[in-house]
Design a protein around this ligand. Structure first.
Ligand SMILES: NC(=O)c1ccc[n+]([C@@H]2O[C@H](COP(=O)([O-])OP(=O)(O)OC[C@H]3O[C@@H](n4cnc5c(N)ncnc54)[C@H](O)[C@@H]3O)[C@@H](O)[C@H]2O)c1
Length: 304
């Protein structure tokens, strides 16, 4: 199988990430079928795709015409057979549960052509956890996107049975859809960027939970030295403190590290107060105008 043989991309799970991945594939000229079990999710996806198209146009990445052409490449369905029967490349973005992912990929293994490549967009699992369930482990790997509105970095993570040919094809496909592939040589929880950022979050949470420095000063230290527009707490706000808490709590209980358990408890105080970050208007900072976005935040005259 060659890159040219990939014509139709199936997106399984048309929520936040499925929409972004599907749109990126359509922008690059592929026929895209977006599948979901919930009709309402497809209605919502339809509206969100219009919004996504506008974001791309505003950023100068698309014109009205190319955005309309991309939208015309996308079909939506809740019928699994219609969705899968002509798929050449599959990207799964259902909720983060290995049993669910295995079940859904097994279902589509029965429907999709034998040559179709299966990928998962899991953020915190590794593909070998449900590779056997796909029924085609050698044609399966993780292909993980970040927010496509702000970055084109993607991770490709094979598991021990993924064939070299499939890894090469996923890499070529990633480049074809305008992404910057980061190749993992072996399975690793958190890929590359996520593994790095989780360590930064852990250090920032530990400093704040132990009351070593204020949240603002921890962000200032990072932003001031690294010249970034946002620090670790601002980034956690944009991800959602419920998500950050769930991940921190999950790993804290696996590794049974007292400091990580304390960090999870620190995050939980925000979650319990409904302060989930940017999406609720309040997290470590207040939105839509968080203090760190003020140019004075990292100057020597900043008022604390
Ligand atoms: N949100 C992020 O920032 C992000 C980033 C990278 C990776 N991910 C990963 O992407 C995956 C999806 O995350 P999301 O944020 O898009 O979730 P989401 O909740 O927005 O979307 C999940 C979708 O899957 C659908 N679904 C549930 N069961 C299904 C089934 N059996 N068949 C088909 N569709 C089904 C739901 O109806 C929903 O529309 C997760 O594995 C997550 O870890 C998320």
């Amino acid at each position: 199988m060659n890159l040219e043989d990939i014509k139709t991309v199936l997106i399984i799970g048309s929520g936040t990430m499925g929409q972004q991945i599907g749109f990126q594939c359509a922008v690059s000229g592929f026929d895209v079928i977006m599948y979901d079990i919930v009709n309402d999710m497809l209605d919502a996806a339809d509206k969100r795709l219009d919004k996504l198209a506008k974001t791309y146009i505003a950023a100068g990445r698309l014109t009205d015409e190319t955005a309309a052409a991309a939208r015309a490449k996308i079909q939506m369905t809740t019928d699994a057979r219609t969705a899968g029967e002509h798929a050449d490349f599959v990207s799964e973005s259902v909720p983060e549960d290995p049993k669910l992912k295995g079940r859904v990929l097994a279902q589509f293994n029965e429907i999709c052509p034998a040559h179709a490549i299966f990928t998962t967009n899991t953020s915190s699992l590794v593909p070998s956890m449900f590779a056997e369930a796909t029924g085609r482990p050698e044609r399966f790997a993780a292909f993980h996107f970040h927010d496509t509105r702000v970055t084109n970095v993607v991770d490709i993570m094979p598991h021990p049975q993924t064939s070299a040919e499939v890894v090469d094809l996923i890499e070529a496909f990633a480049v074809r859809i305008g992404q910057l592939p980061i190749m993992l040589k072996k399975e690793n929880f958190g890929y590359v960027f996520n593994a790095l950022i989780m360590e930064l979050f852990k250090s920032a949470q530990t400093l704040a939970a132990n009351d070593v420095a204020s949240i603002q000063d921890i962000d200032r230290a990072w932003m001031g030295v690294m010249h970034t527009p946002v620090g670790p707490f601002g980034i956690m706000d944009s991800i959602g403190l419920d998500t950050v808490w769930k991940l921190t709590d999950y790993w804290a209980n696996i590794v049974k590290d007292p400091q990580q358990i304390a960090n999870a408890a620190f995050l939980k105080t925000y979650v319990d107060n409904g302060a989930l970050g940017e999406k609720t208007g309040q997290g470590f900072y207040a939105y839509p105008s968080p203090a760190y976005a003020n140019p004075d935040f990292v100057t020597s005259t900043a008022i604390k």
